[in-house]
Design a protein around this ligand. Structure first.
Ligand code: TTP
Length: 687
């Protein structure tokens, strides 16, 4: 066993949380009396007659086994939509996601409730679920902070107290009901402090083991499970999603696993980290598990037991997500990838498609070319072999991933990366004419626009339209771009949009994109088309902050960043690949600015300037606005020291140049802008 002498060893602690049967839980928040009952949420059923149904409209209740089958009798097929969320009580009755309503009713006629998603404008309105998600995750973050606070204040109090005020917990929303937290920073600070003396250590252990070992009882140590649990791990993601009955099994029969778990915790006992059999990583994981348990329980209590969550605690995002899916619902699993036995037992048997980034085409390619099916088989392939087939970065990433390593940071993002509205048109409902195309693109663009303007702090730079067309003959498939599906051809087109886009501009742009897709897919105008799915979405969000994109702001961002991973100062502007034509956009040579930026960034290890990591370029909205932004690529954050005074000076110079430009007539300015800026900036900044 590795000696655990506490050192400032860098350990990452990443937690992945997934709300159990999320839409069902959101419905139960509205109707507390549905708690404990088998409940399913049905998707919008276009064959039914409910075109406009508000959140509190009783018409949403399609079936209530206790009250008699009201809507089924009245409206035949209404109840027969497919189920998109199924409570664990309903899963115990063998009801699964994608079951049709009538099939589900047959399985549980007397007790089941089926509720349909709210509907507006003839399509599902998911606002209530999005709002619930936002509410939940912001409260969850608050509870995480509170748990950290409790450990630091209650245990160490005034003695060697850590500064909890400044503790930053990175949080990344991964989907409507999934979130990652990076607890590395607070846990590093806590553990360092808690391990300083024996008294602190005993208090910490007392805290971890209190309530008759509640933490032990409520945390599964991944890799120590019984054979029966292991069967769950071999299931594909889709099989698990279907609500496999294995997930609801009581693990009371796994007595050997229980013993192994008891032993895992017992290794933590002793009078200090040095006496214990735990490594620093294991201690940090145990503390992470304690914080996660407190936060999960506090959240469940706050919402009267309506929301429960599954959690995975590990040292990176891939393993944390894998861990959270091992035991559901309302259970947390700790996975230590440094434990070879755990890797072999838990990780290596997985099909490679279960890994993040390998679930799609690239995963299929890897499997085919390297002849591997499981993660274990992939782990056997030497890096050299991978390098012969894939480019350097991909080969390294694959090799690291197969060993359970993944350095993808938890990006501080609490909002979705994109805002989209979509609709499917089944069977005879498919869209075949330009009038209904206009109507539906208009509806979807309206929804997207409404949600975009409600955003207070950011705006999207890209609008995308996606269409799924049916009956496209196979001969033309290769020419059209897009993707063949089992029943047609799906393609998307994007365009950039201005910050203050109006509703009609948004609709017109979306319609233009849709028409372009149809033209491409059908090859010529006026040819018949049949659309079975469409989506309009806005993405590529940037902050509304006026100073966004300025040099100073980019440096400020870096200064406040707590991540221990990689530094990316400003991802919103990629470095310009080539010089734009003079007169269309003023441009400051990236060579020049690279040199300027390297003066501001110093490698604290070697005290050398860093010329390679920085590229400053100017992005220009119009000829009257000169903006500067900084992109620092892939530099370890703890090795960069930013000279804020220098950054400030760079900014002032840019601002001055900008002001000076305003006094010059526009036509003249166009010609001289670029030249003048470069020479003037160079002269002044070197002074
Ligand atoms: P999931 O997290 O996949 O599932 P879940 O939360 O219902 O159940 P579990 O406890 O097994 O995680 O999806 C989250 C919500 O997203 C789900 O409640 C409903 C919605 N959803 C759809 O609308 N359509 C889909 O195809 C899927 C997979 C989910």
């Amino acid at each position: 066993m590795e000696k655990a002498m506490y050192s400032k060893e860098k350990v990452r602690i990443i937690v992945h949380l997934d709300v159990d049967a999320f839409y069902v839980a959101a419905e139960r928040e509205l109707r507390k009396d549905w708690k404990g009952r088998p409940l399913a949420v049905s998707q919008y059923n276009p064959y039914g007659s409910l075109d406009e149904v508000g959140i509190n409209d009783p018409a949403r209740i399609l079936y209530d086994g206790e009250k008699g089958n009201i809507r089924v009798q009245q409206q035949g097929r209404n109840v027969n939509g497919s189920l998109i969320a199924v409570s664990y009580e309903a899963r115990a009755k063998n009801i699964q996601r994608n079951d049709r309503g009538l099939v589900a009713i047959q399985k549980c006629p007397n007790d089941l409730v089926i509720v349909q998603v709210p509907v507006s404008n003839g399509k599902a309105n998911l606002t209530m679920y999005r709002d619930a998600s936002q509410r939940l995750f912001s409260r969850l973050l608050a509870h995480m902070h509170q748990a950290v606070e409790e450990l630091s204040v209650d245990i160490i109090g005034g003695r060697n107290g850590t500064e909890t005020n400044n503790i930053h917990i990175s949080v990344e929303k991964a989907s409507i009901d999934e979130v990652y937290f990076d607890l590395s920073k607070p846990i590093e600070q806590l553990c360092e402090c808690l391990c300083k003396n024996e008294e602190n250590w005993i208090l910490l252990m007392d805290r971890l083991m209190r309530n008759n070992g509640e933490l032990k009882a409520k945390t599964t140590i991944g890799g120590l499970e019984s054979e029966k649990d292991m069967a769950t791990n071999r299931l594909s993601k889709n099989e698990i999603r279907k609500g496999s009955h294995l997930q609801t099994l009581d693990s009371s029969s796994s007595s050997s696993a229980d013993v192994a778990e008891q032993l895992w915790w017992r290794r933590g006992e002793g009078y200090s980290i040095n006496d214990s059999g735990w490594t620093v990583q294991e201690l940090s994981l145990a503390v992470g598990a304690w914080i996660t348990l407190q936060a999960r329980q506090a959240l469940t209590d706050e919402f009267d037991g309506v929301y429960t969550l599954a959690a995975g605690i590990s040292t990176n995002k891939t393993m944390a997500k894998l861990a959270s899916g091992l035991k559901k619902p309302n259970r947390q699993t700790l996975v230590n990838p440094a434990d070879k036995h755990t890797l072999q037992k838990l990780f290596h048997p997985l099909p490679i498609g279960r890994l993040r980034g390998l679930g799609g085409k690239f995963g299929d390619q890897v499997s085919k070319i390297l002849g591997v099916q499981t993660v274990g088989e992939l782990a056997q392939i030497p890096l050299r072999t991978m390098q012969q087939t894939f480019d350097e970065d991909k080969a390294l990433w694959l090799s690291e991933m197969a060993q359970g390593h993944c350095c993808d940071p938890v990006k501080d993002r609490t909002k979705s990366k994109r805002i989209g509205a979509g609709k499917t048109f089944q069977g005879h409902l498919s869209i075949r004419g330009y009038d209904s195309l206009r109507k539906w693109i208009g509806n979807l663009a309206l929804e997207v626009f409404g949600r975009v303007v409600a955003e207070e702090t950011r705006y999207p730079k890209t609008l995308t339209c996606w269409l799924h067309l049916q009956n496209v003959s196979d001969e033309r498939e290769n020419e059209k771009g897009g993707r063949n599906t089992n029943d047609g051809h799906a393609a998307s087109l994007s365009t950039s949009i201005p910050q203050n886009i109006t509703q009609s501009q948004c609709t017109n742009l979306a319609l233009k994109l849709a028409n372009q897709i149809i033209d491409r897919v059908t090859n010529k105008k006026n040819e018949a088309f049949s659309i079975i799915g469409m989506e309009v979405s806005a993405s590529n969000f940037v902050e509304k902050d006026e100073t966004q994109g300025t040099i100073l702001n980019a440096f400020r961002k870096q200064m406040s960043r707590q991540s221990t991973d990689f530094l990316v100062l400003d991802k919103t502007h990629e470095p310009l690949k080539k010089k734009p034509a003079t007169g269309t956009s003023s441009y400051l040579s990236s060579v020049t600015t690279k040199a300027q930026c390297s003066v501001a960034c110093t490698d604290t290890g070697s005290q050398k300037k860093i010329p390679e990591v920085s590229t400053v370029h100017r992005a220009k909205r119009s000829h009257s606005a000169v903006m500067a932004s900084t992109t620092v690529i892939g530099a370890p954050v703890d090795k960069i020291d930013v000279d804020m005074k220098y950054a400030q000076r760079l900014q002032e110079l840019f601002d001055k140049e900008h002001q000076a430009l305003q006094s010059i007539p526009k036509t003249k300015r166009r010609k001289m802008e670029s030249q003048q800026l470069i020479s003037s900036f160079l002269t002044k900044s070197s002074g």
